[in-house]
Ligand binder design. Sequence first.
Ligand code: MN
Length: 203
Amino acid sequence: MAITFHEGDLPPDVSFGGTVAIDTETMGLNPHRDRLCLVQLSAGDGDAHLVRFRKNSYDAPNLKALMTDPKVTKLFHYGRFDVAMLLRYLGVVSAPVYCTKIASKLVRTFTDRHSLRDLCRELAGIEISKEQQSSDWGADHLSEQQMAYAASDVLHLHVIRKKLDEMLAREGRTELAQACFDFLPTRVALDLAGWSEVDIFHH
Ligand code: MN
């Protein structure tokens, strides 16, 4: 496994194929208060690229082009958070997207365990650590442990997606899942506009 660190943007020559796994690390869980610090990406080949952002410097043309490239599916786990952060700080609507948490909820109805850690264990046979989850991602110098942790959040999503796709097809829910993925940018727009705690479909 190779982890490549980039400051401020991806280099122009890096390619992730048709599906790129993406995760973000931030100063916290509130997109209006807590800034984007790191974007992790993987082509599913065992390698990860980390793009680190300093405060108020989010001019990243190569990453923005990737996020909006219609030929590249952006693969997230709980994309609702990452897509909101990428919209708030980079100003781009990530599309097309796939979310392993949504897929898991639609097809693994026998359990309520849908965390990334659960899916890594149950669908990829891999134990990932969440020890660094709440560390200071805005620090000037990211530790080796932080970078390894950040990378581990994108390295297994391709394998998990393949398993979930097989289950969605088996249960006849592929189209329902796709419709949910396609709605995700709208769900994010509602979150950022003040409807984050409200289900507008509720009676
Ligand atoms: Mn993460």
